[in-house]
Design a protein around this ligand. Sequence first.
Ligand code: ADP
Ligand code: ZN
Length: 734
Amino acid sequence: MRQYAEILIDLVSDAVDRPFHYRILPHLQGKVQPGCMVAVPFGNKRYRGFVLRLLKAPEVAAVKDIAALETAEPLLNHEQLALIAWLSHRYFCRKIEALHALVPALLRQGRRPARLQVFALAPCIEPEDFNRAPAQRRAVEILKTRGPLPRSELARLGVKSHVFRVLEEKGIIRAVDEVALAKRESVAAVTPTEPLPLKESQQHCYDRLIAALDSRRCSKLLLHGITGSGKTEIYLQGIAHCLAQGRSALVMVPEIALTPQMIELFQGRFPGRTAVLHSRLTPSEKSRQWLRICSGEADVVLGVRSAGFAPLKKPGLIVLDEEHDHSYKQEDAPRYHAREVAWWRARYHGAVLVLGSATPSLESYYEVEQGKAGLLRMETRVTPYQRPAVQVVDMRQELKQGHRRIFSRPLLEELNRVLERDEQALLFLNRRGFASFVLCRECGFVVRCPSCAVSLTLHLDQDHMVCHYCSHESPVPQTCPSCGGIRIRYFGAGTQRVENEVKELYPGVALIRMDSDTTSTRGAHQRLYRQFREGKAKILIGTQMIAKGFDFPKVTLVGVITADTTLNLPDFRAAERTFQLLTQVAGRAGRGSRPGKVIIQTYHPDHYSIKTAAEQDYEAFYRLELENRRQLGYPPFNDLIRFLFTGTEESAVWEAAASFTRLLEPLRGQVELLGPAPAPLQRLKTYYRVQTILKGKKLGALAPRLRNEARAFRMTKTETPVRLAVDFNPQVVL
Ligand code: ADP
Ligand code: ZN
């Protein structure tokens, strides 16, 4: 009988980042299992803890007793326990941080999700005149046609909470028992859809996917398909096959791609068994979905990065759509990459991992070349499509010839054409606000954030300047705060500036701006999208928000105001990002029957990422970029580990960084040791930032040693605290 247990205390601290041994009293023996949540005495308090494994004998002399069992059933299964161990090693995080990423907060606090409120029409409604209350009439109509619906679903359909209240008070609707109706959550609100007959190129990829699924062995497939080639349909039919095998499926998409249309597509194809996981769920909703997956009621999961941890029992297919997207990397502990987590799970379960993209990451394409992943390719679009003509405009020439507007002459010509023919245009600029900095012409003074090492962005509609990193706001100066001069000028155009220019040039032409300023309220994104789709505006101006997944048949012009915003980022992935973004934006033109045109404005017309994007030649870009990475020793040829030191006192941060870097000195020769050096973003939210970077082959092997160093460092008390964050293969080094 194993009478002892190894327990992970639910406390985020380096000092307790190791298992502690406890005795299982006779009345709990047989009940306390690995994965169970328990209460244990620790210090002179009581804490929650999680059982990692059972032991025959403790390895320490003085053991205390487990005080209570908090969950009858284990909260974590074997896979999850193994995953926690792997996460903490791979990504240098504390075990408890890994556990927190895996289990919804509510459940690991021993609570249950709030009851699902389901509303139904009362059996006999008095005939009442709803004419004066269209919102109420609409709610009643929805319930009439679709039957009882959960509150969340009604809210999603636009029924406001005061409407519930009024209708409930009038006795027109009432809350009903959830159990019998829980299934309706995903069934009632969607129209079931049938699989589409596959096109030739889809069929070929589908066949290979099915063969991989039938082998029941783990494998990795890169689905390289241009935008509109119909990748989603392959996922859906692959999932159907997987379900028929008695296995489950998991699909991850970037946050921005998890649109209501996408959700309905999945729920319509797999009614009643789809769980959707995204970051805006309430704690109750999240736990409820989690429990549905645990119980097997939902065996298709659609979600963002964190859905990679969904507790599916037997996944046979795991899909990472838009696999190159950097939202798959978590920037806080645990700093995991969803692609790696997905592959870990695929290996664990003998599942097929499909990585889908029109612009695969260099890492994934390189794996194909290395024979570590299979390649499925789709080069034709499903819908009628004419490849847009792409023109790169050299803004230096425009300037030389005296054209100082943010729109070049070719772009203006095209805009005129679009408006004459009553078509639509997208104008893309990856920067919000009006101007990215405000400068005094007399003395060169730039208005900066007091807490971050960045200039403030001018936002005209809110009439102040904002820090895009910490949201600090300050008024727009009328005179220079430094020299008192009055020649204040605005530089670096943002989306608001583009909007103003369009309004000046084309008064009366309806336009829509989509960036995080105009879409911060709930439902705004959806509303603006619909308005543009219905043709209520001719021009859509936006940030990367409009680069993905937007499918507007009437758009015949895409204008990239400047391709240089991304290109100039101090990051070795800048060229790759630029290529991906331009390819995606360009893919928005010519989705209908009329041919499209793409205009890319830039000060670097000869840069390979811009040239190859203009030619829509992924292979060419890949070759050139890979060669660059090879020469500079960046991924995929090497791993990187970034040690980021932050603190409010600059000298303390530098000292800490230097002393930690000295510990790494013995590794020199085996690896490249860069730093300590200021991080590209030297100060953020009043914290000074200094970094040291390790570059070398298979750095994962050094993990145990580095982890111990980092832990020892963190536990050393210093006068002013300096924090250390370790990031394995960071996606953004700012
Ligand atoms: P991708 O994700 O590769 O960019 P999508 O999956 O969004 O492309 O597909 C583009 C469009 O083509 C969608 O509207 C989809 O419904 C449609 N589509 C996909 N496959 C087929 C098919 N076999 N027959 C008809 N339409 C299809
Ligand atoms: Zn700031």
